[in-house]
Design a protein around this ligand. Structure first.
Ligand SMILES: [Zn+2]
Length: 114
């Protein structure tokens, strides 16, 4: 399968090329699967963990959702009144920051990314 530069259309000799030899554009940044930080945040606003799943971090998203359920359950012990909103906010901020890190090609593998 031949690869082509998305910028100038020239065929690339190496499929792993990072920079197009013809126009000099960074290919990895274009190839990268971009995530919208705002969409990730909004998804986590509605369902804690969904923004992480949107970011491609499926296991982490499930873990966030499970912790969220535990926080809700702990409302019966009153401590949940604090844990629930705090974890909900952490879920939203992490989804936003993780999406930015993924877009920048940075390491977003930490469980809480901020
Ligand atoms: Zn090019």
């Amino acid at each position: 399968m031949a690869n082509y530069c998305q910028e100038c259309g020239k065929e690339l000799i190496s499929p792993n090329a990072e920079i197009c030899p013809n126009c000099g554009v960074r290919l990895k940044e274009i190839v990268i699967n971009r995530r919208s930080p705002v969409i990730a945040l909004i998804l986590s606003f509605f369902i804690c963990g969904l923004g992480q799943i949107y970011n491609g971090q499926f296991g982490k998203g499930i873990a966030y959702f499970v912790i969220y359920l535990v926080c809700i359950a702990s409302v019966a012990l009153l401590i949940g009144l604090l844990l629930w909103p705090v974890w909900w906010l952490i879920g939203m901020v992490d989804a936003y920051v993780s999406a930015n890190k993924i877009n920048a090609g940075e390491d977003a593998s930490r469980f809480i990314n901020f």
